[in-house]
Design a protein around this ligand. Structure first.
Ligand code: C5P
Length: 309
């Protein structure tokens, strides 16, 4: 018997991003605040138990997304489940925009596939597998607003933010994340890291009034002046803050109302622009329970399969 689900996989913003020193594992030590937003990809998964594993993406869009397959393999191997797993992916989140598009698709597989196969995994194991595939994936196992430290995979839930209205602008520019880190290298401060952390924390605690900055902005704006002009335009239209997300190339502006977003939208007719709202952790989890409702039991997080023996 085939079990199917249709999932919304939400995008993220970085409301602040500080890049500290390079670590012995070659990743950079980060301080960031992640936020889930309403912009979403759609993933359909069909699982049929069988003696052998088979993974297929039957995507209408011609977009490679190896992370989905890698996530499925990681889950099936870790739980010793077997079967035929088919995906249909409808992309809406621009790739390479700093919006976590590839990461959220992978996280959706980490949350949904155990529910379909009947082999639950505890959250710490899911997080470990997710971090093995990408630094941004574990956040999507949590959702809402969260502080990310270390590689970005060590997460601390922050108080719920209101459902703020924002405009995400994704120019037709692709910023390579490793290149952005390399460009940043010249500007990183290695001294006084503790002072750096405490000043970041104090900004995080005052989130809502005073937002954080994004360290990638100076190097990315230098390379792509057009992005700086989008930031200026967002600010002029009343956005506060208006900033880059991740290493870009997408930017976002937070507005006072959905009406203000509507008024700003036509100014970005030449870019891809998306009105969004911030999605808090409660809404994120309710959404997840609703989309898995035929296959899970109870209110536990992560969702628990009803087929588990
Ligand atoms: O983990 P992920 O595959 O998303 O990282 C992509 C690249 O971004 C890494 O190979 C590394 O160059 C850089 N990165 C980093 N420090 C982090 C996260 C990512 O240097 N904390």
């Amino acid at each position: 018997m085939t079990r199917t689900v249709k999932l919304a996989a939400l995008a993220k913003l970085n409301l602040g991003l500080k890049v500290l020193h390079k670590r012995p594992d070659n990743y950079h030590e980060l301080r960031t605040v992640f936020q889930t937003i309403s912009l979403a990809d759609t993933i359909e998964i069909a699982y049929t138990p069988s003696r052998f594993n088979k993974f297929v993406i039957e995507s209408g869009d011609d977009i490679p997304n190896n992370l989905i397959i890698k996530a499925a393999i990681a889950i099936m191997e870790a739980t010793n489940a077997k079967g035929d797993v088919r995906f249909k992916l409808t992309k809406k989140i621009p790739m390479g925009g700093g919006l976590g598009g590839g990461s959220t698709d992978a996280a959706a597989v980490f949350l949904a596939l155990p529910a379909l196969t009947g082999r639950n995994l505890p959250l710490d194991k899911l997080t470990e597998l997710a971090a093995g595939l990408g630094s941004d994936i574990p956040f999507f196992l949590l959702g809402g607003t969260a502080l990310g430290i270390g590689r970005g995979t060590e997460l601390y839930p922050l108080p719920e933010m209101p459902a703020l209205n924002a405009l995400v602008v994704a120019p037709h520019v692709h910023v390579s994340t490793p290149d952005a880190y390399r460009a940043l290298k010249r500007k990183l401060t290695t001294d006084l890291p503790f002072q750096y952390i405490s000043s970041f924390q104090s900004r995080v605690w005052s989130l809502g009034e005073q937002y954080c900055e994004n360290d990638f902005q100076s190097v990315v704006f230098e390379q792509y002046p057009h992005l700086k002009s989008i930031q200026r335009k967002l600010t002029k239209l009343g956005a506060k803050p208006a900033m880059l997300t991740g290493s870009g190339a997408a930017l976002f502006g937070v507005f006072d109302s959905s009406q203000a977003v509507k008024v700003a939208l036509p100014a970005f007719a030449r870019e891809r622009a998306y009105p969004v709202v911030f999605v808090g952790r409660n809404r994120y989890r309710t959404m997840w329970r609703r989309q898995l409702k035929d296959h899970v039991l109870g209110e536990v997080w992560p969702p628990q399969s009803r087929y588990a023996r």
